[in-house]
Design a protein around this ligand. Structure first.
Ligand SMILES: *Cc1c(COP(=O)(O)O)cnc(C)c1O
Length: 386
């Protein structure tokens, strides 16, 4: 399916709404029926139509069609956050006594689920270095029900060989879930590589304007309709129609935003690598990145997240650099129009800082839509103040 068709036409039926070019926000909690038999029909299988907006809603349905097609998947569910997509998908695939193999340091709220919530129900998790396929094989147990991936991750960008992991999992009857937030479906389509369920935080590139929190889960119709009928409806974390509409608006410009971000990021990476007070720059599509070959093979592009490792002896130097930035905002999240800085040392008590720990000197930078020269000037003055 053409990308332009997906983003501009798929799922839209303008004759249904006065030929309006922008789809309507159907702000209704419930939908009326003409007959008992019509009502019964949907009550017996709510996935099929519009009954109640905790389940399906017409504005959200347009968005779901587009997001499924972007992933090359049969079906999609849209959640009120990426964390909800993680929670529902993982919960749907495990039962008491099951075992999960996860890449180490997955997204913080996935880790919290594995470490704090699931053990209460007898589900255990083994974390592995996912850069080597042998590590997956070695960690599998007879009760392993799920392999959880995140490629690349969103701080140091370690990748997994997605096709190889999917093949291994299939041969053992194990379900695979991947967090594809870094790439978005524009740059990586894990479902096409054999992954069962792909999720992403739509807060990031899909929304693209730092004004909506949302999550996406895609997979086969069989898996998605099953998750709809249990975890999705039960958790009740579907997206509101207005937020779905904001994501539809974000989708229209997704490819050109990413194109701009990718180009600017390349310029920034090259500039950052030449700076004397920067020890190392992490970017999966930098030829010096350890897994560059794999990144080139399975990703169609690199996004705007990069991490710099500062040369610093003291916490104050890292703080001075970050505090001095004038155009990069200091904030979590990413994927919007605005460039951001997220120092790792902000996520720990100040007294725990050790210059000997490279991670403590890392600052994650998100490159937004500003002119690269404008961003370089800001970095230059801030590095000068270290
Ligand atoms: C932001 C993020 C999430 C969670 O998404 P929310 O929309 O914030 O709930 C999950 N995974 C990754 C990699 C993220 O960056």
């Amino acid at each position: 399916m053409d990308l332009s068709f997906i983003l501009n036409e798929l799922g839209e039926d303008r004759e249904q709404y006065f030929n309006a070019v922008a789809p309507p926000i159907v702000q209704s909690s419930n939908f009326a029926f003409d007959s008992v038999s019509d009502m019964r029909n949907l009550l017996l299988d709510e996935y099929k139509g519009f009954l109640y907006s905790r389940g399906n809603n017409p504005t959200v349905a347009i968005l779901q069609k587009k997001l499924a097609a972007l992933d090359g998947a049969e079906a999609a569910l849209v959640f009120g956050s990426g964390a909800a997509a993680i929670f529902a998908s993982v919960l749907s695939q495990v039962k008491q006594g099951d075992h999960i193999v996860s890449v180490r340091d997955p997204y913080s709220w996935a880790k919290r689920m594995f470490d704090v919530i699931l053990p209460r129900f007898g589900v255990t998790t083994t974390y592995i270095d996912g850069t080597r396929i042998e590590n997956f094989e070695a960690a599998l147990q007879p009760d392993t029900a799920l392999i959880y991936l995140e490629s690349p991750n969103s701080f140091t960008y370690e990748l997994q060989d997605i096709e190889a992991v999917a093949k291994l999992a299939k041969s053992r009857g194990i379900v695979t879930i991947i967090d594809n937030s870094y790439c978005s479906p524009i740059y990586q389509q894990p479902i096409k590589m054999g992954i069962d369920l792909s999720l992403q935080s739509a807060t990031k590139y899909i929304g693209g304007h730092s004004d909506t929190v949302a999550g996406v889960l895609t997979g086969s119709s069989a898996l998605i309709s099953k998750i709809f009928a249990s975890e999705f409806m039960n958790i009740g974390s579907g997206i509101a129609p207005f937020n779905a509409w904001l994501l539809l608006r974000g989708l229209r410009t997704l490819p050109i935003r990413l194109q701009r971000i990718t180009e600017s990021t390349k310029v920034l990476v090259d500039w950052l690598k030449a700076q004397s007070n920067i020890e190392r720059v992490f970017y999966p599509l930098d030829p010096e990145f350890e897994q560059y070959e794999l990144a080139k093979r399975q990703m169609q592009g690199g996004c705007g997240l990069i991490t710099i490792q500062l040369k610093a002896d003291k916490l104050e130097q890292v703080e001075r650099f970050c505090d001095s930035l004038q155009h990069f905002l200091m904030a979590v999240s990413w994927g919007g129009h605005e460039s951001l800085a997220f120092p790792a040392c902000a996520a720990m008590p100040a007294e725990d800082f050790s210059a000997d720990e490279p991670k403590h000197r890392m600052v994650r930078m998100y490159i937004g839509l500003e002119d690269p020269g404008y961003l370089i000037k800001d970095l230059e003055q801030a590095l000068g103040k270290m």
